[in-house]
Design a protein around this ligand. Structure first.
Ligand code: FES
Ligand code: FE
Length: 370
């Protein structure tokens, strides 16, 4: 006898969204061990360009070396621990110098100078160099992993794309690493990072809170997220010309996008902190940084063909559509966060059938924390 799947299955209990102990465990077991996407490689344009980013509970400095490669180091001086870079981004001239006692490192992390260093010939300059962090570049972004033994990038990152699109090669049609930044908006969201992921994974809310999006993608009004079906992209409405706030035409379709990808929207979640949205003429990429159980920074990039950005074309109608979706989604997450500590949510809530795939995300979180 086959068991009948009940309509409602349970969510995580409320404490998973509020408990500082669970949040610390997530930082340790999830964010400090997984591959996380931390910067657009083009934001580190020239040798010496640096950015500081937060991953889990660590500060990491990214710097482009003289020969062009980007490297990542823990942002901690090996002498007595002062933070090396306190600015979010900038341009270094020749090296990284600690502002405390002036230990100086080159862009490969090697210790190259320090006051009185020549009188301490026994110091190994590589051993006392900056501590490197594993780094990969993919889709034009810098991905890093703080773990000593990183998980397979192919399985955990590219694998999520393959699982969603049916074939990882289909994302290459958008040639994301050749796109240019058209707009970036940073959202400071008063909600737990998992509420933001869960919201992104379902479309049961689309008819209620996303009037503009459901106008462009009428099937979203039925409540099934594009992520529910492998390989499915939600189709534009018949009278819709482009993925814009009013359905008017956007820029030209990207050259590699195939006919069956045209006039469709694909959404991909790469756990634990990236969302990729593919439409024919641009790509929208979200990166999350959880800062507290109830606070998450979301950076959203709108990427277009370089010639479109260079032309100075007005991109407002394209950007405005997903900006509104973001605001609508994050408002919903912020409205939900306070209830996570209510006695009403002690045992959590429920998922309807069109949200059951969120249950697999909950299982993943619980298994990581075990
Ligand atoms: Fe950096 Fe002393 S802590 S040089
Ligand atoms: Fe939404």
């Amino acid at each position: 006898m086959t068991a009948v799947q009940p309509s409602l299955i349970s969510t995580l209990p409320g404490r998973y969204y509020t408990d500082p102990g669970i949040f610390a465990a997530e930082q340790d077991r999830i964010f400090e061990r997984a591959w996380t996407c931390v910067a657009l490689a083009a934001d580190l344009a020239a040798p010496g360009a640096f950015r500081t980013v937060t991953v889990g509970r660590e500060s990491v400095v990214l710097v482009r070396g003289r020969e062009g490669a980007v490297r990542a180091f823990l942002n901690v001086c090996r002498h007595r621990g002062a933070q090396l870079c306190t600015e979010e981004s900038g341009q270094l001239r020749r090296n990284l110098q600690c502002p405390y006692h002036a230990w100086t490192y080159d862009f490969t992390g090697k210790l190259i100078a320090a006051p009185n260093l020549t009188s301490m010939p026994d110091i190994d300059r590589v051993e006392y160099g900056l501590l490197p962090v594993h780094l990969r570049e993919w889709l034009g972004y810098v991905w890093i992993c703080l773990g000593d033994d990183p998980p397979s990038f192919e399985a955990d990152v590219a694998g999520e794309v393959a699982a969603r699109l049916g074939d990882v090669a289909l994302i290459d049609h958008y040639a994301i690493d050749g796109l240019a930044l058209g707009r970036r908006i940073t959202y400071d969201v008063a909600a737990n990072w998992k509420l933001i992921i869960e919201n992104f994974m379902e479309c049961y809310h689309c008819a209620t809170i996303h009037p503009e999006l459901t106008e462009v993608l009428p099937e979203f009004a039925e409540g099934y997220a594009a992520q529910f079906f492998v390989g499915h992209g939600a189709e534009f409405g018949a009278d819709i010309e482009g993925f814009t706030v009013d359905g008017t035409a956007g820029p030209e379709r990207l050259p590699g996008v195939s006919d069956d990808q045209d006039r469709r929207y694909y959404a991909i979640t790469i756990k634990p902190q990236v969302f990729i949205n593919l439409v024919p003429d641009h790509v929208i990429l979200h990166r999350m940084t959880p800062l507290a159980p109830d606070r998450t920074i979301v950076e959203c990039d709108w990427l277009f063909a370089p010639e479109v950005v260079a032309s100075g074309k007005d991109l407002d109608a394209s950007v405005e559509l997903f900006h509104r979706v973001n605001v609508q989604d994050f408002d919903a997450c912020e409205r939900t966060q306070p209830a996570m500590s209510s006695r009403a949510y002690l045992n959590g809530g429920v998922l309807v059938p069109s949200e059951h795939h969120i249950g697999a995300f909950h299982d993943w979180v619980v298994q990581k924390l075990e």
